[in-house]
Design a protein around this ligand. Structure first.
Ligand code: HEM
Ligand code: HEM
Length: 497
């Protein structure tokens, strides 16, 4: 019994792989639609005036951001956890009926939460805080799903055979704790039905609408402490957990430096939490908070690049694999995009640079070189690595994977270059003035000048979505092909578990 290899149970991992792909398609399709809507506003009424309310940019934007962040990305985090967790802890989900039940319950409540989130956002219910738009009933569902995930993490850790915790597990635990804390604090809200207006009126709202427990500047501070750390604990920390597992597995190379990974871990944990002030430069928050946000953002380059360099150096002496394997290409480009956005972010956090960048499309460009290049590529790569192993089938087509890689890379490049040019043009035009101090351009002048860049960004997004559909097709065909044993897989990992 002891000598037999463990039979891991991937039921829950497979369920979350499905939502990663479905919600990815939904979120990115909406992204492409709203991108073209900015270039061609007439699209708002393309499905008729009667439903124009539902296709308006303002209604669809949070649906895009929430479905890619809390749908695609969070599903990817759960899917990889239910794969990586078992393998590095050397314990199977099948060994605990309780943990299996918790995993499945987590999945079904998650699906229910997503459905409630989509319907309520479409109906126009929103707390109007970015990335925290959900109203309190959905928030409660999210908290329950999160707690169940925590039970699963610590439950598996509790029954593990492998005593030492591989670095990826540290990053998953940090994701759980970080998001849990931030989400609870930022979403403290009161249903308007229970609130009293400033002139003493009661029963002024309804049960499904709420207002924040914080007001004014305090609200902004808590919101961006949350918002920036959503970047840290949803778009960074769990994605590092993935690359620290999947890159060594796929390449057969041991991680370059375990010490560096620990050093960067604690660096990220300490520094990220102080940098949120960079979203509120030149606002009403105290000046010292703004300066602290800027300084910590610059310091953040160190742990960020520490992780990224560690990932890249893992390929030391094995660079031929990058040319040979599209899957390694995805991961190496993901770490490169990570380096890129964690240099760009600190530059945008410098006060004088932010004076030009803030409110412009340069920020949107920064967001998407990070999310499409780093987050998207790493989740795609992880699922590509997992698919043959969880479905026990050869990957359907490496050629299709390679084509997807190039199409999506081109899409990202078009996306961020067009947004850089658009953003810096916007920033400069807003500031330009004549010798008497009058503004040189009206707001409409800047809108007109942006049109070609918006159209180009739409094309970039469409290419990225096309690649993602190719990915979905490749996984679907893999699932439906002839089964093989894991040891027979052509690209079975040379590194054991
Ligand atoms: C060293 C790391 C980073 C720093 C210092 C940083 C800094 C910044 C700054 C200064 C802004 C603009 C704030 C504004 O003027 O509105 C910003 C926005 C943003 N960044 Fe980063 N960034 C970093 C890494 C990343 C990464 C890796 C991602 C994603 C994968 C990311 C996602 C975002 C998002 C989503 C926003 C937009 C927030 C919003 O206004 O809605 N950042 N970042
Ligand atoms: C097909 C690919 C995509 C397209 C075409 C697209 C398009 C867009 C557009 C048009 C916006 C609104 C920008 C604005 O308000 O001016 C946006 C915002 C955003 N998108 Fe995407 N998106 C895509 C994929 C993704 C993915 C995969 C993620 C995350 C994993 C993501 C995360 C975000 C975030 C965080 C924002 C808010 C940015 C901010 O407030 O500055 N997007 N996207």
């Amino acid at each position: 019994m002891e000598n037999r290899p463990l039979e891991y149970d991937y039921t829950v991992a497979k369920m979350f792989m499905l939502t990663t792909i479905v919600l990815g398609i939904v979120g990115m399709t909406i992204g492409v639609f709203i991108a073209f809507e900015l270039a061609f506003p007439g699209l708002n009424t393309i499905f008729g005036h009667t439903i124009a309310e539902y296709t308006a940019f303002g209604r669809l934007r949070p649906l895009h951001t929430d479905s890619v962040a809390f749908g695609f990305t969070v599903s990817g985090i759960f899917a990889t956890w239910y794969y990586v967790g078992q393998r590095v802890l050397k314990v199977s989900m099948a060994e605990s009926k309780f943990l299996m039940f918790i995993g499945k319950l987590q999945f079904w409540l998650y699906v229910l939460g997503v459905a409630a989130a989509v319907v309520s956002l479409f109906m126009g219910y929103t707390s109007s805080k970015e990335y925290a738009e959900f109203e309190w009933p959905v928030d409660i569902a999210i908290v329950v799903v999160w707690v169940l995930w925590g039970v699963s993490i610590f439950g598996l850790i509790g029954i593990r055979r492998e005593k030492s915790l591989y670095i990826s597990i540290w990053y998953y635990i940090a994701t759980f704790l970080g998001v849990g804390m931030l989400y609870l604090f930022n979403n403290m809200e009161i249903p308007t039905m229970l609130a009293t207006s400033p002139i003493g009126e009661t029963n002024i709202g309804d049960w499904f609408h709420s207002i924040s427990m914080y007001a004014g500047t305090n609200d902004a501070l808590v919101q961006w402490w949350y918002g920036h750390n959503a970047v840290a604990f949803v778009f960074t920390v769990p994605i590092i957990a993935m690359i620290y597992y999947f890159l060594p597995k796929e390449s057969g190379q041991a991680i370059y430096s375990y010490k560096l990974s620990l050093l960067s871990f604690w660096g990220l944990m300490f520094v990220y939490l102080w940098a949120g002030g960079h979203h509120l430069l030149y606002s009403t928050v105290p000046d010292w908070v703004q300066t602290m946000g800027s300084i910590f953002s610059i310091v953040l380059i160190l742990p960020s690049w520490g992780s990224a360099i560690n990932m890249l150096l893992t390929m030391k002496g094995e660079w031929q694999q990058v040319a040979a394997s599209p899957l390694i290409k995805f991961m190496v480009l993901a770490s490169t995009f990570y380096m890129f956005s964690t240099l760009e972010g600190p530059i945008q956090a410098i006060k004088s640079v932010n004076a030009i960048a803030h409110f412009t499309n340069w920020i949107v460009g920064h967001v998407h070189d990070g999310t499409l290049g780093w987050v998207g590529f790493m989740i795609i790569a992880s699922l590509f690595h997992m698919a043959p192993r969880v479905f026990k089938r050869e990957l359907y087509s490496k050629g299709l994977m390679a084509a997807q890689f190039w199409i999506q890379t081109l899409g990202i490049v078009l996306y961020f270059t067009s947004m850089w040019i658009a953003g810096i043009t916007q920033g400069m035009m807003w500031r330009a003035h004549d010798e008497f101090g009058n503004l040189a351009y009206s707001f409409m002048d800047t809108v007109n000048v942006l049109h070609p860049y918006y159209a180009l960004r739409g094309v970039g997004g469409l290419l990225y979505l096309t690649g993602f559909l190719m990915f979905a097709y490749n996984i679907y065909k893999t699932m439906s092909s002839r089964p093989v044993e894991e040891s027979e897989l052509q690209n079975a990992s040379p590194m054991g578990a």
